[in-house]
Write a protein that binds this ligand. Structure first.
Ligand SMILES: [Zn+2]
Length: 153
Protein backbone atom coordinates (compact mmCIF):
# COMPACT_ATOMS: atom_id res chain seq x y z
CA UNK A 1 0.00 0.00 0.00
CA UNK A 2 1.37 3.38 -0.91
CA UNK A 3 1.71 5.81 1.95
CA UNK A 4 -0.76 8.64 1.70
CA UNK A 5 0.14 12.09 2.85
CA UNK A 6 -1.44 12.41 6.27
CA UNK A 7 -1.83 16.17 6.28
CA UNK A 8 -5.50 16.76 5.57
CA UNK A 9 -6.42 19.63 3.25
CA UNK A 10 -7.57 21.69 6.26
CA UNK A 11 -4.40 21.14 8.31
CA UNK A 12 -5.53 18.24 10.47
CA UNK A 13 -3.07 15.38 10.95
CA UNK A 14 -5.00 12.26 9.92
CA UNK A 15 -2.46 10.06 11.74
CA UNK A 16 -3.82 11.33 15.08
CA UNK A 17 -7.40 10.28 14.29
CA UNK A 18 -8.72 7.19 16.08
CA UNK A 19 -10.75 6.17 13.02
CA UNK A 20 -7.67 6.30 10.80
CA UNK A 21 -5.57 4.41 13.36
CA UNK A 22 -8.21 1.71 13.90
CA UNK A 23 -8.67 1.27 10.15
CA UNK A 24 -4.94 0.76 9.70
CA UNK A 25 -4.85 -1.68 12.65
CA UNK A 26 -7.81 -3.67 11.35
CA UNK A 27 -9.71 -2.88 14.55
CA UNK A 28 -12.59 -0.77 13.35
CA UNK A 29 -14.79 -2.20 16.12
CA UNK A 30 -12.80 -0.13 18.62
CA UNK A 31 -13.50 3.11 16.76
CA UNK A 32 -17.14 2.16 16.27
CA UNK A 33 -17.52 1.59 20.02
CA UNK A 34 -15.67 4.81 20.88
CA UNK A 35 -17.95 6.93 18.72
CA UNK A 36 -21.16 4.91 19.11
CA UNK A 37 -21.41 4.37 15.35
CA UNK A 38 -21.81 1.34 13.12
CA UNK A 39 -18.63 0.08 11.46
CA UNK A 40 -20.19 0.44 8.04
CA UNK A 41 -18.73 3.43 6.24
CA UNK A 42 -16.40 4.23 9.12
CA UNK A 43 -13.14 2.99 7.55
CA UNK A 44 -10.68 5.68 6.50
CA UNK A 45 -7.26 5.76 4.89
CA UNK A 46 -6.92 9.52 5.38
CA UNK A 47 -8.38 12.65 3.89
CA UNK A 48 -6.26 12.36 0.73
CA UNK A 49 -7.10 8.70 0.08
CA UNK A 50 -9.94 7.17 -1.91
CA UNK A 51 -11.50 5.63 1.24
CA UNK A 52 -12.59 8.43 3.55
CA UNK A 53 -14.75 8.00 6.63
CA UNK A 54 -18.42 9.07 6.45
CA UNK A 55 -18.11 12.35 8.32
CA UNK A 56 -15.13 13.43 6.19
CA UNK A 57 -16.28 12.10 2.83
CA UNK A 58 -18.57 15.02 2.14
CA UNK A 59 -16.41 17.78 3.57
CA UNK A 60 -16.59 21.35 2.34
CA UNK A 61 -13.07 21.88 3.66
CA UNK A 62 -11.71 19.30 1.21
CA UNK A 63 -13.66 20.66 -1.72
CA UNK A 64 -12.65 24.29 -1.25
CA UNK A 65 -8.85 24.07 -1.66
CA UNK A 66 -9.00 21.27 -4.24
CA UNK A 67 -11.52 23.26 -6.27
CA UNK A 68 -9.08 26.17 -6.28
CA UNK A 69 -6.19 23.94 -7.31
CA UNK A 70 -4.33 24.11 -3.99
CA UNK A 71 -2.72 21.10 -2.38
CA UNK A 72 -4.10 22.31 0.97
CA UNK A 73 -5.42 25.42 2.70
CA UNK A 74 -1.77 26.20 3.51
CA UNK A 75 -1.33 27.28 -0.13
CA UNK A 76 -4.28 29.66 -0.07
CA UNK A 77 -3.62 33.39 0.30
CA UNK A 78 -6.96 33.74 2.13
CA UNK A 79 -5.89 31.40 4.95
CA UNK A 80 -7.11 31.79 7.66
CA UNK A 81 -10.46 32.55 6.03
CA UNK A 82 -13.70 32.99 7.99
CA UNK A 83 -14.68 29.36 7.32
CA UNK A 84 -11.44 28.05 8.84
CA UNK A 85 -11.75 30.38 11.80
CA UNK A 86 -15.25 28.98 12.36
CA UNK A 87 -14.14 25.36 11.98
CA UNK A 88 -11.50 26.01 14.61
CA UNK A 89 -14.17 26.61 17.26
CA UNK A 90 -16.08 23.33 16.79
CA UNK A 91 -13.91 20.79 18.61
CA UNK A 92 -10.74 20.98 20.71
CA UNK A 93 -8.66 19.14 18.12
CA UNK A 94 -9.74 21.67 15.47
CA UNK A 95 -8.60 24.65 17.56
CA UNK A 96 -5.04 24.42 16.28
CA UNK A 97 -5.87 24.17 12.58
CA UNK A 98 -4.57 27.60 11.68
CA UNK A 99 -1.35 27.03 13.62
CA UNK A 100 -1.00 23.70 11.81
CA UNK A 101 -1.53 25.32 8.43
CA UNK A 102 1.03 28.01 9.18
CA UNK A 103 3.53 25.33 10.21
CA UNK A 104 2.67 23.33 7.08
CA UNK A 105 3.25 26.40 4.95
CA UNK A 106 6.64 26.98 6.60
CA UNK A 107 7.85 23.38 6.85
CA UNK A 108 6.22 21.56 3.93
CA UNK A 109 4.12 18.42 4.17
CA UNK A 110 6.86 15.81 4.64
CA UNK A 111 8.60 17.55 7.51
CA UNK A 112 5.37 18.62 9.19
CA UNK A 113 3.95 15.08 9.02
CA UNK A 114 7.17 13.63 10.46
CA UNK A 115 6.96 16.12 13.35
CA UNK A 116 3.30 15.25 13.91
CA UNK A 117 4.05 11.52 13.90
CA UNK A 118 6.53 12.10 16.73
CA UNK A 119 4.14 14.38 18.55
CA UNK A 120 1.29 11.83 18.44
CA UNK A 121 3.32 8.95 19.85
CA UNK A 122 3.26 7.72 23.44
CA UNK A 123 6.51 8.95 25.03
CA UNK A 124 6.73 5.78 27.11
CA UNK A 125 5.87 2.84 24.81
CA UNK A 126 5.86 4.32 21.31
CA UNK A 127 2.23 3.51 20.47
CA UNK A 128 0.56 6.06 18.18
CA UNK A 129 -1.85 8.21 20.18
CA UNK A 130 -4.89 10.13 19.03
CA UNK A 131 -6.42 13.52 19.71
CA UNK A 132 -8.44 12.63 22.80
CA UNK A 133 -6.07 10.08 24.33
CA UNK A 134 -4.77 11.70 27.50
CA UNK A 135 -3.34 8.48 28.93
CA UNK A 136 -1.89 5.79 26.68
CA UNK A 137 -4.38 2.96 26.13
CA UNK A 138 -1.49 0.47 25.95
CA UNK A 139 0.84 1.37 28.81
CA UNK A 140 -1.10 3.94 30.86
CA UNK A 141 1.52 6.70 30.58
CA UNK A 142 0.33 10.29 30.38
CA UNK A 143 0.23 11.39 26.73
CA UNK A 144 0.74 15.14 26.99
CA UNK A 145 -0.55 16.02 23.51
CA UNK A 146 -4.06 14.58 24.07
CA UNK A 147 -7.00 16.95 24.52
CA UNK A 148 -9.59 16.44 27.25
CA UNK A 149 -12.60 14.78 25.59
CA UNK A 150 -15.28 17.16 24.27
CA UNK A 151 -18.75 16.88 25.73
CA UNK A 152 -20.91 14.25 24.09
CA UNK A 153 -24.12 15.34 22.45
ZN1 LIG B 1 2.23 3.96 25.95
Amino acid sequence: MTQQRLDAFCGLYCGACLIYQCTQNGDLAQAAAAFGRPEEGLACDGCRSSRVTLACGDCWYRDCPTGKGYSSCADCPEMPCAALRDLRTRRPHLAELVDNLQALRADGSARWCADQAKRWTCPSCGKPTWWYETTCSKCGAVTPTGFPPPERH
